[in-house]
Write a protein that binds this ligand. Structure first.
Ligand SMILES: [Zn+2]
Length: 260
């Protein structure tokens, strides 16, 4: 599985685009669905679409989108993403997966942005609600989810393809359920708002390292770090992550890639 960090920022960072990650399955081990690229985008906030367009201009490239929860920095990019698909002549169906309610929340935000655009789309929009305990499939991968401790209901996602796996927290500190979900993953991508301070509704970097160790993950990528903390404590954060010996822990930059 190939992972590309398109955006790694928090909601209101003036330099880093909102956290948005492209995961591509290895078509050699699991054939993608007919005509598909085996690719899923994880979250699409206000500032994510330009990052996606710069990297993947083909309107038919992306198979699916996962939305962790319904805060603006995770799903307000959808009207732009879909409308550009339409402008650029997308034909293939597009799947949007997330927690229960995704099939109402997404059309609502698209209608608010462009009231009659949904009726014009020449491609079919499909929705997939995934509940904890269920296994769904999208983009040649299996999907499972578990709720984090965020201020709004947020679903962490686990993607599996063969013996490869990626975990993505969305927002919120770990829970017993997300630890179970993350067990043995090749890569854990976790949001961490602060280096070591506890903050309600979010994780911190020290807690994420602890989480990834307990889950026996192969690697940990921390994203969504609070903008001032990331700037002012950059050296301290990188030194801390570099000192982790039992797994590879890093704070990716936009555009960075990782192979699981
Ligand atoms: Zn949030």
């Amino acid at each position: 599985m190939k992972v590309k960090f398109l955006g790694v920022g928090e909601a209101f960072d003036e330099t880093l685009p909102n956290t948005s990650i492209l995961v591509r399955s290895d078509a050699q081990t699991t054939p993608a669905e007919a005509g598909g690229s085996g690719s899923i985008l994880l979250d699409c906030g206000f500032t994510a679409p330009p990052q996606f367009w710069k990297n993947f201009p083909d309107p038919d490239f992306l198979d699916a989108l996962w939305i962790s929860h319904f805060h603006g920095d995770h799903f307000f990019g959808i009207p732009a993403l879909l409308t550009r698909f339409w402008e650029s002549g997308r034909r293939r169906p597009f799947l949007i997966a997330g927690q229960e309610g995704v099939e109402e929340a997404v059309p609502a935000v698209v209608r608010l942005a462009y009231p009659s655009i949904l009726e014009k789309f020449a491609f079919e929009l499909r929705f997939l609600a995934v509940r904890p305990g269920e296994t769904a499939r999208a983009a040649g991968m299996s999907l499972r989810c578990a709720q984090t401790g965020h201020s709004q209901k947020d679903m962490a996602l686990r993607l599996d393809e063969g013996d490869k796996s990626v975990f993505y927290s969305g927002d919120g500190p770990p829970t017993d359920a997300t630890l179970d979900l993350a067990r043995g993953c090749g890569l854990v991508v976790h949001e961490a708002f602060r280096l070591d301070r506890e903050i309600g509704g979010h994780g911190n970097i020290a807690g994420c390292v602890d989480f990834a160790r307990k889950a026996r993950a192969g690697a940990l990528a921390v994203v969504h770090v609070q903008r001032d903390e990331r700037r002012q404590r950059q050296r301290e954060i990188r030194d801390f992550l570099g000192s982790v010996r039992d797994l590879r822990a890093f704070m990716p930059e936009p555009g960075e890639e990782f192979e699981v």
